[in-house]
Design a protein around this ligand. Structure first.
Ligand SMILES: Nc1ncnc2c1ncn2[C@@H]1O[C@H](COP(=O)(O)OP(=O)(O)OP(=O)(O)O)[C@@H](O)[C@H]1O
Ligand SMILES: [Mg+2]
Length: 208
């Protein structure tokens, strides 16, 4: 197995590798509990209709998992390109697709019954392949609701470069309008979680 490159990652070491002539992703966990947690969620979620990479192999001694490689396009690159092209419509569509993935996640019985949420809504955790969204990174799953996840995802969107640009604020309004029209999330809940995550982002980045 040859290492081709290292992905941007904070918690663990994640590599693009070539194995039997195919690209795959090797994730080496820094913490055994996170390894166990992510492994269990992959086992639960693979039985559901939600899109996630296939697990090819796991190695407890090395605390590593080998995954199917979904591709190089994360939602971060996509939203950045859409903004450069002033392509509001496709940006709105992409964010609504991530919202769709989050709805599928919250419809999983285990997630629903235990009132869990995805929590770590970096847009790098959504990979686009053939117009479909795949979600990755289940290490941060914790108690919470759909409205918290959606508000968090929208707040994260606003803080990529360029922070709260006119383009992003316009996209946000359109996305919010469509989400609220479904009446799955109450406006006050969405407003609350968006504002709360914004405050968290500002504290993390030391923005005043
Ligand atoms: N199956 C996959 N297919 C394609 N790319 C992947 C895959 N798994 C991970 N990546 C890439 O590796 C990056 C890091 O993965 P992941 O978030 O699982 O690691 P991490 O250690 O939790 O990183 P961080 O702490 O920054 O969230 C992703 O943002 C993505 O670009
Ligand atoms: Mg991650």
């Amino acid at each position: 197995m040859d290492i081709v490159k290292r992905f941007k990652s904070k918690k663990n070491n994640v590599y693009l590798v070539k194995n039997n002539g195919d690209f795959k992703v090797l994730k080496k966990y820094s913490d055994i509990n996170n390894f166990e947690k992510e492994k269990s969620f992959y086992e639960i979620l693979k039985l559901e209709k939600i899109r996630i990479p296939n697990v090819i192999k796991e190695n407890i001694e090395e605390k590593s998992m080998l995954f199917e490689y979904i591709g190089y396009k994360t939602a971060v690159e996509m939203i950045e390109n859409f903004e450069l092209e002033s392509n509001e419509d496709d940006c709105v569509k992409l964010i609504l697709k991530i919202y769709g993935w989050l709805k599928d996640f919250h419809a999983v019985p285990y997630i629903k019954e235990n009132k869990l949420c995805f929590f770590d809504l970096s847009l790098r955790h959504f990979i686009i392949y053939r117009d479909e969204i795949y979600g990755i990174d289940f290490e941060s799953i914790t108690e919470g609701s759909l409205s918290l996840d959606v508000g968090r995802m929208l707040a994260m969107y606003l803080y990529y470069d360029k922070i709260k640009s006119d383009f992003k604020l316009k996209v946000l309004e359109k996305v919010k309008e469509q989400i609220l029209a479904e009446e799955l999330i109450r406006p006050e809940d969405l407003y609350y979680s968006l504002r709360r995550e914004e405050e968290m982002i500002k504290i993390r980045r030391d923005i005043h």
